[in-house]
Design a protein around this ligand. Structure first.
Ligand SMILES: NC(=O)C1=CN([C@@H]2O[C@H](COP(=O)(O)OP(=O)(O)OC[C@H]3O[C@@H](n4cnc5c(N)ncnc54)[C@H](O)[C@@H]3O)[C@@H](O)[C@H]2O)C=CC1
Ligand SMILES: O=C(O)C1=NCCCC1
Length: 307
């Protein structure tokens, strides 16, 4: 329950200093193994049941965090009572190797992913961003809605989900107005920031609909043969990723489109690559163990301070 209350502001900016997430992603992109060790996620595909099990270890020396997340993602039938993403996070004592905490990883996964997408939006969205569009109405859609509307000011928020009643249900829980759209095209035309957070395995977002200069935070399609974005969009946009190795191993949108990766988010944070916010940009997110590690540490610190 504590991880559900993990404030996004703790993952995001604290005044002027860079957030924990930004600072570790910057460090990761320096590839200094004395600072951070984070192999590409180990994945066991469960083809028979349209899912996979992933193991995501990370060691951050300066932060004193040794962690692994185990995550199962299963494509579910609409309305299933089981969540698609289920996860457990383990923290270890870096000096002795004993387990110091076992925590539920669902809320951490939802919140840290949205926080990282928000960092991408902060860096890459057009200067005048009035319309936010979210595709999908599941856990990630909700966490992205919460973070994006908290951190940025949009004049209009649009939502599309493959079953309109699910989008309607999502909107009914909210206090602020959100337009439910009947098609992806209707939802994205003219949008400045687009979040794709679906379980799709074929493209649902097509470059011809996307406003030039828009920013897309692409969160779904995390298998080498799954897609959310079409070839046109992938080839025309400037493509940023969380990890180059992760993207080349896991992202169908990158592998199958042949799109070139321009930079990692961490490389932009470090100043070694520019944020081309005047161009159409895609941030292809796959998720990283270091993001879970720093989030879990925040949860544990909160626990220790409160109990
Ligand atoms: N980049 C990252 O770090 C992370 C990515 N993910 C990915 O984000 C996506 C969403 O995850 P959750 O919100 O946890 O799942 P969820 O099951 O809560 O939501 C999935 C949404 O996608 C929609 N959807 C499913 N199949 C679809 C299809 N074929 N076409 C269009 N819409 C479809 C569903 O209607 C639902 O609105 C998944 O692809 C998951 O793998 C999840 C966790 C972290
Ligand atoms: O980073 C994660 O956690 C996940 N990424 C892709 C989908 C499953 C969970």
């Amino acid at each position: 329950r504590l991880s559900e209350t993990l404030a996004i502001t703790e993952l995001q900016h604290h005044g002027r200093s860079p957030s924990t997430l930004e600072s570790v992603m910057g460090k990761f992109s320096k590839r200094d193994s004395s600072e951070i060790i984070q192999p590409v996620r180990s994945v066991v595909p469960i083809q028979q049941h349209s899912g996979f099990l992933g193991v995501m270890p990370a060691y951050l020396t300066a932060e004193g965090i040794l962690c692994t997340k185990m995550v199962a993602f299963y494509q579910r039938a609409e309305g299933s009572s089981l969540p698609s993403t289920q996860a457990t996070v383990l923290l270890f004592h870096p000096e002795h190797g004993n387990v110091t905490a076992i925590m539920d990883g669902e809320a951490i996964t939802a919140k840290r992913t949205a926080a990282v997408s928000a960092i991408s939006a902060k860096l890459f969205k057009p200067a005048l961003s009035e319309v936010l569009c979210i595709l999908g109405s599941g856990q990630q859609a909700r966490s992205h809605y919460d973070v994006f509307t908290k951190l940025f000011k949009f004049k209009e928020v649009r939502l599309w989900s493959r079953r309109k009643e699910m989008a309607q249900r999502f909107v009914n829980d909210l206090q602020d107005p959100v337009t439910v759209c009947s098609s992806v095209k209707e939802a994205v035309i003219g949008a400045d920031v687009i979040v794709t957070a679906t379980g799709a395995s074929q493209p649902i977002l097509f470059g011809e609909w996307v406003k030039p200069g828009a920013h897309i935070a692409a969160v779904g399609a995390c298998r080498p043969d799954w897609r959310e974005l079409d070839d046109v969009l992938m080839r025309e946009a400037v493509v940023y990723v969380d990890s180059r190795e992760g993207a080349t191993a896991e992202s169908g949108d990158i592998i199958l489109s042949g799109a070139e990766v321009f930079a990692e988010l961490g490389e932009v944070i470090n100043g070694s690559f520019p944020a081309q916010h005047e161009k159409t940009t895609v941030f292809k997110s796959l998720g990283m163990g270091i993001q879970d590690a720093v989030s879990a540490k925040l949860v544990l610190e909160k626990w220790n301070s409160e109990y």
